[in-house]
Design a protein around this ligand. Sequence first.
Ligand code: PLP
Length: 409
Amino acid sequence: MSTSSSPMIDPNLIRSHFPIFQHHPDLVYFDNAATTQRPQTTIDAVSKFYSQRNANIHRGLYSLSTDATAGYESGREKVKDFIGADTVQSIAFTKGTTESINVVANSFLGPRLQPGDNVVISAMEHHSNLIPWQQICLQKKAELRVIPVDKSGELGINNIGDFLDSKTRMLAITHISNTLGTINPVERIVEIAHKNQVPVLIDAAQSICLHPINVDTLACNFLVFSSHKMFGPFGVGVLYVHPDHMEDMLPYNYGGGMVTHVDFHKSSFMAYPHNLEAGTSAIAEVFGLSSAIDYLNNIDRLEASDYVHGLAHYFKERLAEVGTAVVVGSPENCAGIVSFLLDDIHPHDVATFLAEENIAIRAGHHCTQPLLEQMGVKATLRASFSIYNTREEIDHMIAVLKKIQKFWA
Ligand SMILES: Cc1ncc(COP(=O)(O)O)c(C=O)c1O
């Protein structure tokens, strides 16, 4: 990993694409794991849809509606190319990562999960990639198995096979931990799972933005992510389903837009992905997501992730100067996310103090309560970086952290 600034990424130029920084010139935004900021192009795409192309899709025969349908469906095509899927039929639009996981747990897994079966997750999962599996296992009297993390915040990759057996019906795992920044070796994990005939869902919420993902190479069965973590709008996300499973995806919600025939006593449904898009979709948001993908396609994402990982590395180096500050977890392969503590000062106090200096970071359990319990802490401070962040911003935060420490001494 490079620890120097990447010559290809110009954070100040990138910053100029994101209008939030013109409205808040002093804002230091280090909460990118929660949601990224949006470039003007994403905002314009949503606004342009409403002002110039607004109509409902898939139903109208007039040109405004057929044009809106074409734009929405070309968004599906763009997502397909972005993740290297073979067919556009693999891509369903959902509300986000959370809904995509719930769909797989209930629509795909639910009907085939039997008492005595098991589902495997890791201890570093976001609650969204834990509770849906936990609940379906409770309903079906199946077992939820959890691969533990070690002190450094890594999974014992060589032991993953020990958690899988002939009764394992799903392995659901995050690509990047939203709390510790751990980058899991997902290719290897998929290989191990497939050797055991276990399908794999990859939670790409934290990786999709800056880490190129090719589902064909990765060979995962399901991939899920949210638009708002990749410079796109809120309210829309993606569920990728491998062609082998498309026929197994049963409707999750029922309503208009997903049927072939309805009478009072029975209905028949369209095939996946349309059977999972009941009701009116987040149409303008798909236009915005499509524009966000254009934005991402215009930057070198390997350079971008290297740049952001470099920021995290630099932050950890500088944090060592702040007396008794401790980083929680030390994964070898780490993304642009750092959890840390400042003495025994409550993370909420530190985050509030930082907020007064216009520095936005997260404090709390980051929707990973069981993980923090395993790491022996209740809450952490979390700084998460993106391509518009700079070393100067980190220097500023370090200076404020030193001030906080003095204040509490
Ligand atoms: C790893 C991970 N999975 C799932 C989610 C849930 O994403 P959403 O709230 O967009 O559905 C998040 C959100 O922070 C996340 O970081």
